[in-house]
Design a protein around this ligand. Structure first.
Ligand code: F6R
Length: 370
């Protein structure tokens, strides 16, 4: 069943490229327009949407956080991302023009199911992004956009995460299309960039795995890790931190790089591993430089720094102790490659510690209680 891999987690990380490719499949017209035939919500309803609320838990919520940056940029409507278990209890503002997007790999997460029930009771439309055909969450939603990552067996979610980002991006581009907030050419350009991502992810698997393994060996005895990122790198940092917690039982914290001086820098001491997601130096100079100065600050306090950075970034090379390279890609798509190195890091750390990576202690694949 594991097809030659020694764990499902290993196998499923190596299926990241296919998960992205298959989730894109069949969702475009010959002209490159987005076609979401399976989504049974009328275009008029989409056109009227004035707010999106993503409800999800864990890894799926981080996919939602990534999508917020893209959808707000493309569609110019506010996107909130809320942990499903917090959502219902704060009396959220829901109207028929609110689109609630429930993201779930299993489709059986009770917290997410209860959140979407609440949203529908309030008259909002609910669209599910789900990996499991016929599960409860899509059955109870107004519409579903399936991720085609294939069955995910390992408890820690990997290939589902990249496919959730892709599905949420397709939804964003579709909304931009029906609301005419992007020109057709702009949509086609993003579609082409998305289609190039499976090969870029494969590049990471082929070229970065050995660097990650060496870093895992170097850091295996570290008691805690910090992960930081900005913009779309922020949810990637959160996800990297969660993966390492779940499978290697390492105490981790993921946070927005800008928060460093507002508190977390107090944690940095000699040898503390700090993983930093560095934005491309092209285009978004401001953020790149700010994140690089974050690396300098923690390094000055003795941190062992790991950068996830664009190939050839001279600052990453200069300031980081180890670099996990990413091939050049647009900033909004970079989470699809950056997370792969962090998934591998968690896997390698857990393996070196001799843990059962597929069935971490205390965790279940789907959490069917509230
Ligand atoms: C992380 C993980 C959990 C799930 C969360 C939501 O590796 O597995 O954080 O992402 O429980 O599960 P789904 O997506 O099935 O709703």
């Amino acid at each position: 069943e594991k097809g030659g891999w020694d764990s499902f987690m290993d196998k499923e990380i190596h299926e990241d490229p296919a998960a992205v490719r298959n989730t894109l499949l069949g969702r475009f017209s010959a002209q490159g327009d987005i076609v979401l035939d399976e989504v049974r919500i009328e275009p008029e309803v989409f056109r009227a949407v004035d707010k999106i609320i993503v409800v999800a838990c864990g890894t799926a919520s981080y996919a939602g956080m990534v999508a917020k940056y893209a959808i707000e940029h493309w569609v110019r409507i506010p996107v909130e991302v809320e942990l499903a278990h917090e959502f219902r209890y704060r009396d959220p503002i829901l109207t028929p023009r609110t689109l609630v997007v429930a993201i779930s790999q299993s489709g059986e997460t009770m917290d997410t199911l209860m959140a979407l029930r609440h949203a529908r009771e309030q008259g909002s439309h609910v669209l599910a992004i789900c990996n499991t055909q016929g599960s409860s969450i899509p059955r109870e939603s107004d519409a579903v956009l399936y991720t085609h990552a294939g069955p995910e067996v390992a408890v820690a979610s990997t290939k589902a995460f990249v496919s959730q980002i892709v599905a949420a991006y397709l939804l964003g581009l579709y909304l931009a299309q029906v609301k005419s907030t992007l020109y057709a050419d702009e949509i086609h350009e993003v579609v082409e960039q998305l289609k190039a991502m499976p090969d870029k992810i494969q590049w990471v698997l082929d070229n970065v795995s050995s660097t990650v393994e060496a870093a895992a060996k170097r850091l295996v005895n570290s008691r805690s890790f910090l992960f930081l990122g900005r913009h779309v790198g922020y949810p990637v940092a959160m996800e990297g931190a969660l993966k390492l917690k779940e499978v290697a039982y390492t105490f981790t914290e993921g946070f927005a790089a800008g928060e460093l001086k507002h508190g977390p820098i107090a944690l940095v001491e000699e040898g503390e591993p700090v993983v930093v997601i560095v934005p491309s130096a092209r285009g978004r100079d401001v953020l790149h430089n700010k994140v690089v100065s974050g690396i300098e600050e923690v390094k000055a306090r003795g941190a062992f720094t790991v950068a996830v950075a664009e190939e050839g970034d001279p600052d990453a090379e200069r300031y980081a102790d180890v670099v996990f390279w990413r091939p050049q890609c647009p900033t909004l798509l970079s989470p699809l490659v950056d997370v792969v190195s962090l998934q591998l890091l968690a896997l390698d750390m857990a393996r070196l510690k001799g843990y059962d990576v597929d069935k971490p202690r205390n965790l279940a694949k789907s959490v069917t209680v509230e």
